[in-house]
Design a protein around this ligand. Sequence first.
Ligand code: SF4
Length: 432
Amino acid sequence: MDLMEKLTILADSAKYDAACTSSGADRSGRGSAIGSAVSYGICHTFTADGRCVSLLKVLFSNACIYDCKYCVNRVSNHKARRASFTPRELADLTLAFYRRNYIEGLFLSSGVVRSPDHTSELLLETLRLLREEYGFGGYIHVKAIPGADPRLLDAIGLLADRMSVNVELPSSQSLQKLAPDKSKHDILRPMRHIALRRGENREELVRYRRAPKFVPAGQATQMVVGATPESDFQILHLTESLYRSYDLKRVFFSAYIPVGDDRNLPSPDTKPPLLREHRLYQADWLLRFYHFSAGEILDEAHPNFNPVLDPKCNWAVHHMERFPVEIMRAREEELLRVPGIGPKSARRILAARRAGKLDFKAVARLGVVMKRAQYFITCAGKLADGLRVTDEAILRALTSRDAAAILSPPAEQLTLIPEELSMEDVRLCLKA
Ligand code: SF4
């Protein structure tokens, strides 16, 4: 099999990984045009210093010996075409793409070839060739293989910028049913190991400026959403505890795309739950940047997201006793709870009010989305002139149209958010 064929198969096999977004561009350089793009395996991610970089996103091999029912590369999928790179092939390919300016780094994952240790050795050799033999300084994100020897993780972590271990599914029962070769212990052990090593490394770097860096861009994880019956609350609760326990940079959510007909999976014609995935990302932002806890966003009595309101607006309309807040006195954490105010605009308000009084026009100039925020704030103790505060007006201002915007047809969620929602529809959703 030639290299292009391998690349086609292994980039396609990697597309289900949510840790970065595929560009999907496919344009060849023509005539006097400048530049070209390839459809296979280019994705984007953000480095530790906030730069957006394009990565070659591939599997080292899709000849996996495991049988995760939700995965196209599972050993029982006899229709899948199998391919594996050699470490040198993949290192050469990465370098060739880099030299042509297609990519600035590599996002490398793999099916389990023979054993977790053997697979990790192959990944390590690829990274060693790139970093030590070719002197490649670009960004590298590697998926750790659960069950591999911690010494291999240590060696890979000294060559990679970011590592991730996929949680895969939100509960150990689901893992047992759908990924029988993996265990919660096998997944959490490397995660804990990476977190501990990163902690030690921070101390080493304080003592020795030239100490080698271990996974400097931190670790991430990913879980599949919609393949198993866990509620949004369970998923968000797990997300929160992963951030707290393992010093994670990101938790990625991947809407389940039907790939198998196992009786434990949703039916093959189920549409990917893209709106649910989107709400999880919104809630994840609330955990990371808005000082929310999972228990404030959802709870046992309301275990799933509201389809018509984003999680922050949903929280606000259920806590009207906390509003309005006075723009000149509210603490930063109170400002962050106001629909239409984000971390940047909250900081701007804090800075601007030190210099003088703020009225509604001044607040709008600071980047606050007034259409939403006006119902939740006062300036000098007063609501905006002429504002009619009724449940209906608030719900109209907050009702989310984002679902329709983010989903591309023919995704099922489009039918969840009809273009013209009646207020009765919205109220029913709020009560649910
Ligand atoms: S280990 Fe499971 S999820 Fe990973 S490639 Fe193999 S079958 Fe797929």
